[in-house]
Design a protein around this ligand. Structure first.
Ligand SMILES: [Zn+2]
Length: 256
């Protein structure tokens, strides 16, 4: 029986009375995304990560049984992108405090499964830290987060098919992200400016340097990867590969 009166999984589309009713009828899973408001090269909007986090969390909440989606945290930890205009960064302590307050609120209302989708690598350490401590504080609540677990192998296979190197697929604003953003919000992408960014060697050392000195020391245009040839259609292909991997991982974790 579908007890949802409205055709939406978004928590804040409902009234408190409706939410109470849903909770009393088995809606015990809450999902939210954590994104970023940061530069993604000259072609993509600053909301690229916020958009992807919101869309992915919506997919997860729609696919899981009896689940709702809480408002996406649209700003994250992006200090190493601050050289580029418009980027907003939270301090890691602020981000952690927000995640803590979200989780405390959900536990207070009786949700027993909390699923977090992270679209931006800079948010991973903070999320990991909070999830670990909150999981200890609330042993009866299952708290699961997903970033890209198991995804890279699957993407590697698609990359071969598309004849793209992992460097072109990119870790930030590359072919994959540029395609996904076009899939979700084509109107926000300036296709004349799809561009090649840094596609050189990658190492832990470079990763460290990027975090300490800023991303502009590695790539002047803010792209890690190659956006050329990315498209809405490609975005659909990426999502078709990513979605089952993501859902399998989350379902497995919730059942553990
Ligand atoms: Zn991104």
């Amino acid at each position: 029986m579908n007890i949802m009166k409205k055709n939406t999984v978004r928590l804040d589309d409902y009234s408190w009375e409706e939410i109470k009713h849903l909770e009393e009828n088995g809606y015990k899973t809450i999902v939210f995304g954590i994104g970023a408001t940061e530069q993604h090269g000259p072609s993509l909007p600053l909301q690229a990560d916020a958009l992807q986090a919101d869309k992915a969390a919506n997919i997860i909440a729609s696919e899981l049984p009896n689940a709702l989606q809480a408002p996406t945290i649209r700003v994250g930890y992006s200090k190493y992108h601050m050289h580029f205009s418009g980027t907003i960064t939270l301090r890691e302590s602020t981000l952690q405090a927000i995640i803590e307050d979200y989780i405390d609120s959900f536990v207070h209302h009786g949700f027993s499964n909390i699923v977090i989708f992270i679209s931006h690598g800079g948010n991973v350490p903070s999320t990991e830290k909070v999830v670990k401590s909150k999981q200890e504080q609330y042993p009866n609540t299952k708290i699961v987060y997903y970033y890209d677990q198991d995804a890279m192998t699957a993407i590697g296979e698609l990359a071969m098919e598309l004849q793209l190197t992992p460097a072109q697929i990119g870790t930030h604003a590359g072919h994959m992200e540029a395609s996904l953003v076009q899939y979700y919000a084509e109107d926000l992408v300036d296709k004349n400016k799809l561009i090649e960014g840094y596609i050189g060697e990658w190492s832990e050392e470079l990763h460290q340097k990027m975090h300490e000195m800023g991303m502009h020391t590695l790539t002047k245009n803010g792209v890690l990867g190659d956006q050329r040839g990315s498209s809405k259609e490609m975005g659909k292909k990426y999502l078709n590969v990513l979605k089952p991997v993501m859902m399998n991982y989350i379902k497995k974790k919730l059942e553990e």
